[in-house]
Design a protein around this ligand. Sequence first.
Ligand code: PLP
Length: 357
Amino acid sequence: MHINLSEMYVDDEIKNTVNNVLDSGRYIKGEQLRSFEEEFSAFCGADYGIGVSSGTSAVLLTMMALGIKEGDEVIVPSHTFIATASPAKFMGATPVYVDIDPMTYTLDPEKLESVITDNTKAIIVVHLYGHPADMDKIMSIASKYDISVIEDACQSHAAEYKGKRTGSLGNMAAFSFFPSKNMTVAGDGGMVLTSDEELATKMSMLRDHGRTDKYLHEMLGLNLRMSELPASIGRVQLKHLPEWTKARRNVAEKYTSLLKGLVETPSEKDWAKHAYYVYTIQTDDRDGLQSHLNKNGISTGIYYPVPVHRQPCMEAGVCSLSETDACVDRILSLPMHPQLSDEEIEYIAEKVQEWVK
Ligand SMILES: Cc1ncc(COP(=O)(O)O)c(C=O)c1O
């Protein structure tokens, strides 16, 4: 038996859609992108969507839209993928790290206020693993200091906070459609969502060379656009997202019922609807368990073995992130995708059990 960590869904509708776009002769800035932006933003409950080339481009675009520059500070969790924080650094700003709530792996609002300074320009929260961050608390602190909040929703498609979908909760939100994500465009792709018309207009220009006309460039922009082919695939994938989210939650429920007491299983706050991008457990001998599962044909992942504040390129200086540092050697993500069968889940649980005993 071989079980992949994640799997991408392809069907005839996707193949036909790709063929139709190829036949259309229109490859950028067309109807597919416009429709995908409308459909995805409506799904998440935001007014505007700006399709871009990756989740990293999406985070970068939010930083560009806010005019983040040298001397500015951007608050981020360290327990995340580097692309949450690297765009701020790329713009010349200083990422300021804040610890996570160990139950949800998301930014701990109780620790937020102490790192805010006069230079803080933005807070990026990450709905890590598909569990939303505690947005009400974060938004209320941010509004007290008049700081913009960006949701890094690259792992939280269709996750909900108090009944609202992630992507609609902050001032802007960045999504990734990388192949392992809860929905994908069969390659790299991303989207920024916002309900602020001014920011939407600005980002729409910034991702397209800051142009107001073909060869008139009012702002210094880049080419961060999403093409028609990925947009067309994203539209088909989006139609499946609700049923896939349900399936992921069922897989998680089954895992938890089989693994509780053997390892630490993920938790879900009563105000949250977890989208289970990954199903992450904790155990003392993580490396031993990982190699046992690997020997038995089960792929696993570690998200993430080196926190951002310890990355050589991020020059974080001294920071005390005890919860972040405590979990990195213990976390392990098990295979998670909507097509995972009961038989496969039972096999994985049996192998975990075998190792723990
Ligand atoms: C939390 C987080 N932020 C940002 C990104 C960057 O997205 P992409 O890989 O599409 O550039 C990812 C995706 O891997 C992610 O998981």
